[in-house]
Ligand binder design. Sequence first.
Ligand code: FAD
Length: 683
Amino acid sequence: QLTFKRNYCKIISNNVNISSLVFDKFKFDVVVVGGGHAGSEAAAASARMGSSTALITHKWSTVGAMSCNPAFGGIGKGHLVREVDALDGLCARACDQSGVHYRVLNRKKGPAVWGPRAQIDRNLYRNFIQDELSKTPNLVCLEGSVEDLILEEYEKDFNDGDSVKCSGVVLANGQKIFSKTVVITTGTFLKGEILIGQEVWPAGRLNDDSSIGLADTFQRLGIRLGRLKTGTPPRLEKLSINFNKLLPSQPDNPPMPFSTMNERVWIEPDKQLKCYYTKTNEAIIDLINKNVHLNRMIDRGTTGPRYCPSIESKVLKFPHLSHQIWIEPEGLNSDLVYPQGLSCTMPRDVQHRIVQSIPGLEDAVIAVHGYGVEYDYVDARQLKKTLEMKCLPHLFLAGQVNGTTGYEEAAAQGLLAGINASLTSKYLHVQEEHRTSASQQPQRDKQHKRLQQQQQQHHQQEFVLGRYESYIGVMIDDLTTLGVSEPYRMLTSRAEFRIRLRQDNADLRLSGRGYEVGCVSEGRYKKFAKTRDALHEWIERTKEFIQPASVWRREMNLNQLMNNHIPKSAFSLLSGSLGLDTLLRFYPENFKDLPHDEHLLARVKVEALYDNATKDQLIEIERLKKDEGMKLPIGLDYHKLNISQEAKEKLSFVRPETIADASKIPGVTPAAVITLFRYVVKN
Ligand code: FAD
């Protein structure tokens, strides 16, 4: 395995012939294509796990770029960021160094559905990601365009003939880069086309080429593709905005960091920036109605993001409503602002008139026009839950290319794909060693046995997250079993175990698992374990502190226990209106030896709040786990089953991995699932 002597990132420009360089002869463990949010996390995770990794992307300067809104997190999305952080990913820490306006959304609801969100300084964010990647051992970053995949014949383990696997990539200059596994994270770039009004040209993003060769490769391989669209608003010059006419929105003070590794965020509360609110009026309806015939994007009818539609779609769909526009900072020192809610693909001159019809923006100057992008995506039902292609082993896909939208969704998938690509390459490595050693010294039984054990261990180490343990699991399960018909965005309503899957306990759910597979560093694990143990102690101690209701009532004047005579624990009282600060004021001696960090105390209160509900969910989760455990053979012939033609077709099309997945496919009835279950048990 290649270990780079120093922490470094080698960037090679497109026109350098890299065949003279050492990588040419070297077979990487993992090649990641694309340096967006998915690719950065995938490359970092795989390298963290010790796999020699190459990140190949069009331009180093766009690594970590935020294509659209300068914000991270929100409802559901914030949960993903916390989970990526719990697995030692980059984005949460990047946000804490670049967040300029923090707000926890949904605060009026229970903490289970709070949505941590922050406006981000684009440059600071990108710098952090580039810096972090360039310091990551085992990682090489190359500039280049991947145009094709290297396919290699191999013999399947189960002896039913040869098949092909992916074993590297081909760059635009014909250069081949070999690897055990490949992760594709090409975002909106596959046959991407930009649209503004009537203008259409090939591009993956403004000022970036689209990726044609790779899309052709997917088509040639029979991989099912679809087409989606998204859009972005014009960027406005800050000095041209009349802020006096807008309603300011203050950031939270103190801001709540995204990462559990951080006690505070980098930009001090008094330096955090405001956002501003305005809304559309009737003038915009007229402008859009009169000019909609000049909009190619609407004509084409491709599906766009439901939760982030363009202003023209909103006006056409809800003509009588006025629509919210948030004026958000693009960064601490940026001269631009981002009008969130004003995504627009109308002709440039119409964009001017639309913007200037909005209160406070009458004199606004557009620095960059809004645009839409249409692109190919891959039907994610062709992927396993590890994000590996079912029909093309060792090829993983993550991010917007799988039909999602958003940085957080991309980052979370990238992380998972990077982990699994690394695990697969380790498994292949052990297999290779095994073969070599078996051919050289068949008599060395001990070594042979050790390798077999390792092989077994690596084989078991697929990193799959269930719906019951993470939002990442919910998203990947949705994508791989249901697919998408519109850009998929994470929402808390998608998770059936919301009470358990909280943003505050992502580390408890995932850091231990991440540590087991090697993607969580020693330093993070130690910090996590300390918090976990302290939390546990607090919970135990408050559970053990039991007094008759009359004593609680008398000593603390607790009205909530007025007619109750049963002994109560402090923990159960914390699930009500009692706060830990009050408890500590009355009984400081009972808890004086425990850590009193305010973040920790807040977590004790939340644990108490959800204790009963979590117990109920755990029973359901156990049932689900049993289902999920029953694997279905990938090559199963569904036409042999005595089920409806529709069920046969749907099952053959999706090729679910488990009985639980099969039961989620629309058109597969419970009766068909039972027949399938019996068939698998019998055979
Ligand atoms: P990207 O961030 O797009 O990164 C892909 C990377 O792959 C790029 O660096 C590219 O250069 C590289 N690449 C592509 N092909 C190749 C190749 N063949 N060889 C080498 N490198 C390659 N999200 C929202 O949540 N809300 C929105 O409103 C929203 N609007 C958007 C509007 C626009 C115009 C765009 C472009 C995106 C928008 N997004 C929005 C989506 C958001 O930007 C993405 O979800 C997110 O960036 C996806 O991350 P990713 O890593 O999958 O891909």
